[in-house]
Design a protein around this ligand. Structure first.
Ligand code: SAH
Length: 500
């Protein structure tokens, strides 16, 4: 990134509603200055050493005054830092982006502005409200609802009220009585449909429909709070039909998944597509075992002595191929070795490396894979695995005349530093489901939480991926344990939907 300050729109909240350019800016930033309405998950994209400054403000309670925010941008830039100012929605739609850009201009600092999806249009879209429609509205007007008391000079209520187009008020909840009064007094039909869309595009989005004359009471009755978009106009009538987002099967559900941070979770994506809020519980820290690299070199050099290469987890594929890459190993040398894979996730990791397995097991357990391998001719097996991988595969193949070389390529340790956070999540947030994709993820969470907290798991429905995992869970917990039909992430998602 060149020497500039980037003022960047992060969209209304949904993780997918950010631009590629914004993502690029976040990844390169040395300093990120962000607001309350920015989805904090975007911060995970930052560089390790990036400084993060929160300047969030509630509508009337400016935590950091604007001139101070401008000062931060200027000072950090002058320190030689790549500065990114990340704002909710679009920076120029009531985001004070213009003021920040002016301040930079006045200092002679080069800047660029990256537009974002504004909540005023994109947020309403997720509530099923198109801002224009040939049958209902030929224009839309985005208005600040947060105006001073004597605002006749700021907002022309008389012409706004006569407008047939859609009226969109941002920051209007605290001022709803005044807005409604002005519109009705200036001639707006009191029965005009209105909607309130709170936390638009987020998992906790809520759309409330009403009419102009009842709007004020509706805010009180439904306890509607900021951030909310208030929209007035006939297009609101379409919300029932077009609200695709709140109709998703898992919308409003909290689902905890236990996966390591090391893998960008496939399960998480699938659940979020169905509208769930996903809470990731990192129970284990997965790391490569540096000291074993040297030992592995020898095996790799002699790869042609092996007939089979067996993988029982996606991580074993990942870490083994990382080592191959480290030693500039040419994958064509694997041509005579049969690749063996357990389960869909392991196979898809292999596919991502550009190779396909020769032998797979349908069931997600090491013995099933060993049985499949043993149907082929006896030979030498290289088995890259975790330091805690069981010995079942080795034993079964050993008993059937195979020679198995186990090499531990990654460690898999309980992340005790997360204990308090995990106990807190399970006691305080209403988790509807928790998923376990292996026995070890369950054992890890039990180890992490401590036996005294195990009953916290019984508060939610537990979804297990397969027989062995279910058996492990049931050895500790009897109630609320459900198993997916097949050993796959898709099937786990289906099971959750079925239980609803
Ligand atoms: N620049 C932002 C708007 C900033 S003003 C944009 O383009 O979206 C802040 C106001 O925007 C809030 O008070 C609320 O009215 C609205 N807003 C922003 N994000 C929202 C969201 N996700 N859901 C509902 N309202 C939102």
């Amino acid at each position: 990134m060149s020497n500039k300050v980037y003022i960047v729109g992060a969209g209304p909240g949904d993780y997918g509603l950010i631009t590629l350019k914004a993502v690029e800016c976040i990844k390169k930033a040395d300093v990120l200055v962000y607001d309350r309405l920015v989805n904090p998950d975007f911060l995970n994209l930052k560089k390790d050493n990036c400084e993060v400054i929160y300047v969030g403000k509630e509508s009337s309670n400016h935590i950091v005054p604007q001139d101070q925010i401008n000062r931060i941008l200027i000072d950090k830039f002058n320190d030689g830092k790549a500065v990114v100012r990340l704002k909710g929605g679009d920076p120029y739609v009531f985001g004070r982006g213009g003021e920040e850009a002016e301040a930079l201009y006045d200092e002679g600092i080069e800047f660029e502005v990256v537009p974002g999806v504004t909540s005023a249009i994109g947020g309403l879209c997720y509530a099923g409200i198109p801002v224009t429609h040939r049958d209902y509205s030929s224009s839309f007007h985005i208005v600040t609802g947060h105006s001073k008391k004597d605002d006749q000079n700021e907002i022309n209520w008389s012409s706004l009220s006569k407008e047939k187009g859609t009226l969109i008020f941002l920051m209007g909840i605290g001022n709803i009585g005044h807005i409604v009064k002005q519109l009705i007094e200036n001639g707006k039909e009191p029965n005009t449909p209105v909607a309130f869309v709170s936390w638009a595009t987020r998992h906790n989005q809520k759309t409330t429909l009403s009419t102009l004359k009842d709007a004020r009471e509706c805010v009180e009755r439904e306890k509607i709070k900021a951030p909310t978009i208030f929209v007035v106009g006939a297009v609101v009538k379409l919300a029932d039909k077009l609200n695709f987002f709140e109709k998703k099967p898992l919308f409003g559900k909290n689902i905890a998944i236990t996966r390591s941070r090391a893998k960008n979770s496939e399960l998480r994506k699938k659940l979020e597509e169905k509208g769930a809020k996903v809470i990731e519980i990192p129970t284990i820290d997965i790391k490569s075992i540096e000291s074993s690299k040297v030992m592995i070199k020898e095996k790799i050099d002699g790869i042609n002595d092996y007939d089979y290469l067996a993988f029982t987890s996606h991580n074993s594929v990942k870490y083994f191929f990382d080592i191959l890459k480290f030693y500039s190993f040419d994958l064509r040398k694997l041509a005579n070795v049969k690749l063996c894979s357990i389960g869909a996730a392991t196979t898809s990791e292999l596919e991502a490396k550009g190779v396909l397995p020769d032998i797979t097991s349908e069931r997600f357990d090491a013995v099933s894979l060993a049985v499949e391998i043993s149907k082929h001719s006896v030979g030498k097996v290289l088995f890259p695995c975790s330091e805690i991988a069981g010995t079942a595969l080795q034993e079964y193949l050993g008993n059937n005349g195979f020679a198995v070389d186990r090499i531990e390529v990654y460690s898999n340790r309980v992340n005790y530093s997360e204990r308090e956070r995990v106990v807190d999540i399970l006691s305080n947030s209403s988790v509807d489901f928790i998923t376990f994709t292996s026995s070890s993820t369950f054992e890890n969470i039990v180890e992490l939480m401590g036996a005294e907290n195990i009953s916290l798991l019984e508060k939610c429905k537990i979804i297990s991926i397969g027989d062995i995992t279910t058996k492990t869970i049931k050895s500790k917990i009897n109630n609320n344990v459900f198993q997916s039909k097949e050993v796959s992430m898709e099937s786990m998602v289906e099971k959750i939907i079925e239980l609803l």
